[in-house]
Design a binder for this molecule. Structure first.
Ligand code: ADP
Length: 271
């Protein structure tokens, strides 16, 4: 939170006078702060898994070599941390590509029901431990124009977040339906919920309500930032409503001019 910052410069004017130039540098300072925060966050996020891997490798190279019974655990932990770094770098690249790209001008028809079908398959495999009731309520006649890759990441971020932030045995409903000429996507869960003071900050890069918790779920705090940018590029906006301890609903919709008409509607369940 930076208040207004003014920069004063005194310069010679004509031969006998001085001129004071006042410049509002608030935005410049804000951008500089954001850049610094971003670099600090990236460094921190990459350093954490590196520290774990280095720790194990140093242990193996010293007298403190863990007993063979622990090798398997050490190997799995190192692998997990390497995957974490890999996923962080992938997300960072994807964020920078989406942020840097211009607004959609080469839209293609995207088969959203098929995308959601792939996501449902992935969700079912992750869900084996959590055993949530996953309900997919999909209008199979509803396609829109846009970027398939980007839309897939927006849809899947919301679905996987609901799975991660809901206690085992929860209920998650995923809807892709027409409502008043608009194409609407929503993910509703009966999970942890989010306190009101966090809601407006969730789409900031690296913002996480509970850092430790998010890390154990493999989270990086970039998913919703990516989703926000994807939606902006598709002239849409992320809406979040949540009640702490009761659950959340993440949704967005597209105007009728994005809809590409097709055929029939079915209901599928991923349980
Ligand atoms: P992460 O990689 O940490 O999941 P995201 O940007 O996807 O990052 O989400 C940011 C934060 O929003 C999460 O760390 C979590 O605290 C909160 N969050 C996202 N989805 C949900 C949800 N369905 N229920 C509760 N909290 C959520």
């Amino acid at each position: 939170n930076i208040e207004q910052i003014l920069e004063f410069r005194v310069m010679p004017y004509a031969s006998t006078q001085l001129m004071v130039v006042v410049r509002d540098v608030t935005r410049l300072k804000q951008l500089e702060q954001m850049r610094k925060d971003f670099v600090a966050n990236v460094s921190h996020e990459l350093r954490t898994p590196l520290t774990v891997v280095t720790g194990y490798l140093e242990m193996m190279d010293s007298d403190m070599m863990p007993p063979p019974a622990m090798w398997n655990k050490a190997q799995n932990t190192m692998l997990e941390q390497c995957k974490r770094m890999d996923s962080l770098v992938t997300q960072l690249l994807s964020l920078s590509r989406i942020e840097g790209a211009r607004k959609q001008n080469n839209d293609k028809a995207v088969n959203v029901p098929l995308l959601l079908n792939y996501i449902q398959t992935e969700a079912n495999s992750i869900n084996q431990q959590k055993k949530h009731q996953l309900i997919f309520n999909i209008d199979t006649s509803l396609d829109i124009s846009g970027s398939a890759d980007e839309l897939r990441s927006a849809f899947s971020n919301l679905v996987f977040n609901a799975i991660h932030y809901t206690k085992p045995g929860g209920k998650i409903t995923i809807c892709w339906q027409r409502q008043n000429d608009r194409a609407c996507f929503s993910v509703t869960d009966n999970g942890d919920g989010i306190a009101p003071e966090h809601i407006n900050r969730l789409t900031e890069r690296f913002y996480r309500v509970d850092k430790a918790r998010s890390r154990t779920t493999g989270g990086s705090g970039l998913g919703l930032a990516i989703t926000k940018h994807v939606l902006t590029r598709h002239n849409s906006q992320l809406k979040i409503s949540s009640v702490l301890g009761q659950g959340s609903c993440f949704s967005f919709d597209f105007s009728s001019n994005k809809i590409v008409p097709m055929s029939s509607t079915v209901q599928t369940s991923g349980k």
